[in-house]
Each structure stands twice: as C-alpha cells, then as structure tokens.
Design a protein around this ligand. Structure first.
Ligand SMILES: [Zn+2]
Length: 70
C-alpha cells in the first residue's frame, strides 16, 4: 500500500530495506510528474516505457533516459 511515509514503494512491504525503498519512491515520484518537452518546452511529457517519452502538447514521441527525459 502506498502511504505518506513510504510513498509508492509501500507495495514492497518491510523487506528490501529502507534506503532501497526510499530510492524507489524518489524515482517513481519523478515518473508521475509532467516533464519538460525538448521540442515545445511545455511540461506535457509523460513516460510511455523505459526510455520512451511522449509529449501531449506537440505529439512527439522521443527517446530519453529510462527514468527522466534529459
Ligand atoms: Zn512538445
């Protein structure tokens, strides 16, 4: 369960350790945000899959890093 304390990594339960789950929360929080499009500069980019990003504003699909655009 996702809680306020552990965020989206709550699904892993008590195993795996605290540091690792914090890392997961950090990364997944980033995934859910809107990212900036390198073409139209609007924050309308979502991740489709690892390394594949899609801008809902200018409808461009492009590659980037697995967990962030850059
Ligand atoms: Zn765009």
């Amino acid at each position: 369960m996702a809680t306020k304390k552990v965020g989206s990594s709550g699904r892993f339960g008590a195993r795996y350790g605290r540091r690792l789950r914090q890392k997961v929360t950090e990364i997944e929080k980033k995934l859910k945000q809107w990212h900036k499009c390198p073409y139209c500069n609007k924050k309308r980019v979502r991740r489709l899959a690892a390394g594949i990003w899609f801008c809902r504003s200018c409808k461009s699909k492009f590659t980037g890093k697995a967990y962030e655009v850059k």
